[in-house]
Design a protein around this ligand. Structure first.
Ligand code: 2RA
Length: 329
């Protein structure tokens, strides 16, 4: 299996390489791809040096699968070119997610939708992945009506520049700004760009992608996405209103049985999910589950996951594993 990793030197690209190595992914050839300025350098994978190549060179190598994490513009231009030669593209950008002809996949939820006809497969936004991993089993069982979610997003979601900005600010050093304001000791309610409706693109991704993945346009989602100075993962405060009243016990029983979701919920011993514990793990952690005293059909919960792993790299690699397991590549 020839695997291209497009954006191999970026934050998600590097985690994709880690995850491929950790999961002993069945690849015969690794093709690391990055921008022209990195071509000629190399990355180490399984203790071996692998030269970084350009997109054109990678195309000529005809990979079986290409894991893209190189931004929407690159995906829009190059994903069709790889698809044309028969490569299965799994794209981490937002370029194809809401395209009606493309599938938006979280393997534990809807991988069964995939067929041999799918050559460009969209990986959801990181904050969407952890939300739907919890919502889906509850929606299947108790029918979700409305979701109000506030996110507390890691600066790693923005990339290296943001991590550097925080480091500089903590050392009172000047440097390039990834955000319009200081991120150290701050919370910025502005992830991605503002839209006509005064939501941000990040917030509308949560709404639109959740509906598509749950395959239910009637699920109402309203989000507020906030950037905070942490690196371990995204946290989300979620209020879910169901068709009818649902007990906390029933919610916990369903989530206990959900692959990829881990309950961490015992206030008596201060057990609840936090980014410092989620970092480097693939599970979606849920806690602080409690009845909403202001609404008989609603439940509050707190969801945390490593946005670079299950939120991006691991989810993409799991899709690639599924394609191989199901002989779709
Ligand atoms: C963010 N979810 O956190 C977006 C893109 N990774 O900025």
């Amino acid at each position: 299996m020839r695997i291209a990793v497009v954006g191999a030197t970026g934050m998600v690209g590097q985690v994709i390489l880690e995850v491929l190595q950790e999961r002993n992914f069945p690849l015969t050839e690794l093709i690391p791809v990055a921008s022209e300025r990195s071509v000629g350098k190399s990355i180490v994978f399984k203790k071996k040096e692998h030269p970084i190549v350009s997109l054109q060179t990678a195309l000529e190598k005809q990979p079986d699968i290409a894991l893209f994490s190189a931004g929407g513009d690159t995906s829009l231009l190059w994903a069709p070119r790889f698809a044309e030669i028969g490569t299965r593209v799994i794209d981490n950008s937002s370029a194809w997610r809401m395209d009606a002809t493309k599938k938006l996949i979280v393997p534990e939820i809807n991988a069964s939708q995939l067929t041999k006809e799918d050559f460009i497969i969209a990986n959801p936004n990181c904050s969407t992945v952890q939300l739907v991993m919890v919502l889906n089993p509850l929606h299947q069982r108790f029918k979700v009506r409305r979701v109000i979610v506030s996110t507390y997003q890691s600066i790693t979601g923005t990339g290296v520049k943001a991590v550097q900005q925080l480091e500089n600010e903590m050392q009172s050093k000047k440097g390039e700004m990834a955000y319009p304001y200081p991120i150290h000791q701050n919370a910025i309610p502005h992830c991605d760009v503002f839209l006509e409706n005064d939501y941000t693109k990040e917030e509308m991704k949560l709404t639109q992608e959740t509906k598509k993945i749950l395959h239910d346009e009637n699920v109402l989602v309203s989000a507020t996405a906030v950037r905070i100075p942490v690196v371990g993962g995204h946290s989300e405060s979620v209020n879910v209103e169901f068709e009818k009243a649902v007990s906390v016990g029933d919610i916990k029983a369903v989530l206990q049985e959900t692959p990829g979701v881990q309950l961490k919920d015992n206030p008596d011993v201060n057990a609840y999910p936090m980014p410092v514990f989620a970092r480097g793990k693939d599970e979606v952690f849920v806690g602080r589950i409690r009845a909403d005293h202001s609404h008989s059909h609603a439940i509050n919960m707190w969801i945390v996951a490593d946005n670079l792993r299950k939120g991006a790299a691991t989810n993409a690699v799991q899709i690639a594993e599924y394609l191989i397991d199901q002989n779709l590549v």
